[in-house]
Design a protein around this ligand. Structure first.
Ligand SMILES: [Zn+2]
Length: 617
């Protein structure tokens, strides 16, 4: 029995009491370390405090394992068959980074991630352990979760609760079923007509205004649920909850679960059109796709039996890369993105990958193996280090697969056919409870060969093991579009840059500059890098005039076709120095342009497959 008290959520303090059956003698208990979907040992053990063990009112001493910080050892006294564990979770106070262990609570909302509030005994798989949880919720706050409630007094999602009792669940399912709650809360049903498995949006925000969602946005999400049903041909959940936190004071990320997702973005992401396209965009389509790719089907190396065994990320280019691909095309098919938004997004990610010299030493495969390092790596030097490129570069490789299947089959087959074969009805359709069907690289190759015979093994390995200068842009070109650069940013890029208040000279000078002139990153081997300008420096003046993005743009324009270097006065750890940047090609921003010598497969890929939901009244 796990009793969680979240009544102090606004104070960022959470309390838990765990009662568990034990036998006398040595006992080893674990705090969950490897969090599913985070692909890293991110269990927030540093915030696991106030830990006390007792039995019948008697305290029991404990000792932390001196090698594994996530493990407690104690000795259960003779005659004791029930252990009480009390613990607190001190939730981080700020910061936009981090996953579920990052900032999670504001004055108005929070998300409960059960793994932060429990221990479990060594020697069991998480499927073998059963927990029954209860949750005390702040007065007047409402809640939503995929975790089934106890039959005695279930409350529909979105109803206020004092203490909610849930049905007993395996530890796997409990940790896979977070609870969102807040003062400003709405439930929006999203299931298509006649769909047996309910799907809903449970949204909490820092203001009432932020959940005043337009009928348009609701329709996009209904279309998303319908389009995903058509794409995958089956649903592998009992019911599904999009748990969406809208706050500028929590970490921003998306975390997939089998029957829900914990997605967190800007407070006004659903009511501000710019934020809707940039910050919201493909967030929910990506996380929803994971119910099929990542949860139901999961690479063997990520299908671990408990939360302590390390995960192996070598197939993250399928787990995340293919999810990124499906997420983007679903965002376009459901209407969250226009066709232009979709193409502008692809142009931005393709341009970034085309300026990734780190590919000359680190193949994409190594970004997956090293994912647990790269998720936490800084953005500085990322062109040379590389980051979690298996998302964007993986998506481009899957676009290449899709375009190749279409070419081989005269557009009769596509990745939609792969989706139905790989993620379709389970072997035992009567089993609707979440289940995991692990896969290997061989399974992926075999299913592709079922769709369209080809040497897919070589095709994929050539791309993920490639070391060299070229980004995998063949899929873009094979789908009838080319990456070009012009002196005008796309509408999506202009919107993104105005939100981030940065100045993007990535594909001209090779600099991304933050709002105060500080260099966020300097792309290796580009003109500013060649001149010696590096991340962390601050640009103070351009050709003798105080820096602003406009002044630098003017200088880049003036230097076009002109032999004089651009002079940048730069502050570097309190010292000032002038750097001469030899660059004469003007502003450069990425776009996709149509190549009419080839069929427009990209247009086919984002074509809606279901009739859009009728506008709500
Ligand atoms: Zn993902």
């Amino acid at each position: 029995m796990l009793a969680v008290d979240a009544s102090q959520a606004a104070q960022k303090l959470f309390h838990a009491r765990l009662t568990m059956p034990v036998t006398p003698g040595p006992l080893t208990l674990h705090y969950p370390k490897w969090i599913p979907g985070e692909h890293m040992p991110t269990g927030p053990v540093v915030d696991n405090v106030g830990v006390k063990f007792s039995a019948g009112g008697q305290m029991i001493p404990w000792r932390r394992d001196d090698v594994d910080m996530f493990t407690y050892h104690l000795t259960v006294p003779p005659g004791v068959n029930q252990l009480e564990v009390a613990m607190d979770y001190t939730s981080p106070v700020s910061g936009e980074s981090g996953f579920s262990g990052g900032a999670s609570a504001t004055d108005k909302l929070t998300v409960i991630s059960w793994n932060q509030l429990l221990l479990y005994p060594a020697g069991f798989t998480t499927d073998q352990l059963t927990y029954q949880a209860s949750l005390q919720i702040p007065a007047r706050w409402k809640f939503g979760t995929a975790l089934p409630q106890s039959e005695t007094a279930p409350r529909p999602a979105g109803q206020p609760g004092d203490t909610v009792l849930f049905q007993p669940a395996t530890l796997t399912t409990l940790v896979d079923s977070p609870v969102i709650m807040g003062e400003f809360f709405r439930v929006v049903p999203l299931s298509p007509a006649g769909e047996a498995r309910p799907t809903e949006l449970d949204v909490a925000a820092d203001s009432a205004a932020a959940i005043d969602i337009s009928a348009n946005v609701e329709n996009h999400l209904r279309n998303l649920v319908a389009e995903a049903g058509v794409l995958f041909g089956a649903r592998h959940y009992r019911d599904y909850h999009f748990l969406l936190s809208l706050s500028d004071h929590v970490a921003h990320f998306g975390l997939e679960h089998h029957e829900s997702n914990d997605s967190r973005t800007s407070e006004r992401a659903l009511i501000d059109d710019s934020l809707r396209r940039v910050a919201f965009g493909d967030l929910l389509p990506h996380e929803y796709t994971h119910s099929w790719n990542g949860k139901y089907r999961r690479p063997l190396g990520l299908s671990t039996p408990d939360f302590q065994q390390p995960m192996k990320g070598e197939l993250l280019w399928v787990y995340e890369g293919l999810t990124h691909y499906f997420g983007k095309l679903l965002a376009a098919r459901c209407g969250i993105w226009s066709a232009d938004d979709f193409r502008d997004n692809v142009a931005l990610l393709a341009a970034e990958l085309a300026h990734r010299p780190g590919r000359q030493w680190r193949p994409l495969q190594d970004t997956t193996v090293a994912a647990q390092l790269l998720y936490r790596s800084p953005s500085q030097w990322s062109s040379w280090r590389r980051g979690v490129d298996f998302y964007n570069e993986g998506a481009l490789i899957w676009l290449d697969v899709d375009a190749t299947i279409r070419r081989l089959t005269n557009n009769q087959k596509s990745m939609d056919d792969f989706a139905k074969l790989f993620y379709g009805p389970p072997d035992n359709p009567a089993n609707v409870a979440p289940q995991v069907k692990p896969y290997t690289f061989d399974d992926v190759v075999a299913t592709l060969n079922q769709v369209a015979p080809n040497d897919w093994r070589k095709f994929l390995l050539d791309r993920v093991n490639y070391v060299g200068p070229n980004a995998p842009l063949a899929g873009l070109e094979g789908s009838g579009w080319r990456l070009v650069y012009t002196d005008t940013p796309s509408d999506l890029q202009r919107t993104r840059d105005s939100i981030e208040q940065g100045a993007d000279f990535s594909y001209s000078l090779g600099l991304f500059i933050g709002r105060t002139g500080r260099v966020g990153d300097s792309i290796f081997f580009m003109p500013a890098y060649q001149a010696g300008i590096m991340p962390g420096m601050t640009i103070v003046a351009v050709n003798g005039r105080k820096y602003s993005p406009e002044v630098l743009h003017d200088a880049v324009k003036a230097a076009k076709g002109n032999a004089a270097a651009i002079s940048l006065l730069v502050e570097n750890s309190e010292y000032y120095r002038s750097y001469a940047v030899n660059y004469h090609d003007g502003d450069r921003y990425p776009h996709l342009v149509r190549d009419t010598s080839k069929p427009d497969y990209l247009g086919e890929i984002i074509r809606p497959h279901v009739t859009p939901a009728a506008p709500a009244k």
